[in-house]
Design a protein around this ligand. Structure first.
Ligand code: 13P
Ligand code: ZN
Length: 291
């Protein structure tokens, strides 16, 4: 990865990953956005609240009381991932959530007068839910437009169980890395509270959302792990898309083998694979009916 230096260590760590997302072909033009909940103490020390200095407050469309006082490093609306290294101070900004989670203040960045991504409200909703569900493990949300993953929303039913199982059955790593599966949200206008509301139900159960015909929204612990998660999903999607384009699979990883994988990897999985139990029950019933 690119050796990039920046006075803010969080920007130094995130910018090369953002640049790599563009190189992967996931973030054309201003497509996609990323937000990282920074360690409050470190960020607070770095950007102390200056006495009586008045910093403009911007009202949030949806209050997030559990995020009050949190600092976020977040890409600006309309900014290109391609410029992450070259124009880091324009592409990124740091904001602090204030007033019981009803507003934010710009602390640093957006040098050309920008503001956080148009999806910021959805990111904050995602952070609030995933912070609670993951017991504070997850801290970063990446939204991007990985092509193979998006193509599946044109080729497959818009169904969470079907998509999750198809990817699990394509590559053994999948059920280990994302046993929580992928929750499918039907096509909705980006940047609206509607898409945030529709994502809420899925985010309670999974850290990965498919915004049909649009992209992925994924939550993880740090820049490296969120990149690795999307990379794994995009690779499995590419394989699945090629399989479908070749007329469909003649065979795939069996439910029995998936169960063996699950049993052997309890110590590294984030949760139990919900859709697997359902699929096993269905297979059992259809087996009984057939015999
Ligand atoms: P922003 O430029 O506002 O981040 O929007 C990009 C995007 O991908 C919307 O879904
Ligand atoms: Zn998008």
């Amino acid at each position: 990865m690119i050796n990039f230096k920046h006075p803010i260590p969080f920007v130094e760590k995130l910018a090369p990953v953002v640049q790599l997302c563009w190189e992967m072909g996931w973030n054309e033009i201003n497509g996609g956005n990323i937000s990282w909940r920074l360690p409050s103490e470190e960020a607070g020390d770095m950007f102390p609240i200056r006495g009586k200095a008045i910093v403009e407050k911007v009202l949030l469309p949806q209050p997030q009381p559990t995020l009050n006082g949190c600092y976020f490093l977040v890409t600006g609306s309309g900014q290109y991932f391609r410029h992450a290294i070259e124009r880091a101070n324009d592409v990124f900004g740091i904001v602090r959530i204030v007033d019981e989670g009803t507003s934010y203040q710009k602390i640093w960045g957006y040098e050309n007068g920008g503001c956080p991504t148009s999806e910021f409200a959805t990111h904050l909703t995602g952070h609030a839910i995933r912070k609670r569900v993951s017991k504070d493990r997850e801290k970063i949300i990446l939204h991007c437009h990985p092509p193979e993953f998006i193509i599946l929303s044109f080729l497959m039913p818009l169904d969470s169980a079907e998509l999750s199982l198809a990817l699990w059955r394509t590559m053994p790593e999948c059920i280990v890395f994302f046993p929580d599966g992928i929750r499918v949200v039907l096509p909705l206008l980006p940047g609206t509270t509607k898409i945030a509301d529709a994502s809420v139900i899925g985010l309670e159960k999974s850290r990965i959302i498919s915004w049909s015909h649009h992209g992925i929204f994924a939550s993880e612990s740090n820049p490296d792990t969120v990149f690795a998660l999307v990379e794994t999903i995009e690779k499995a999607s590419s394989m699945q898309r090629k399989i479908l384009s070749a007329g469909g699979a003649k065979q795939s990883i069996s439910l029995e083998l998936l169960r063996e994988l699950v049993d052997a990897t309890g110590h590294i999985r984030v949760c139990e694979p919900f859709f697997l139990t359902e699929a096993e029950a269905k297979e059992k019933i259809s087996g009984v009916v057939r015999s």
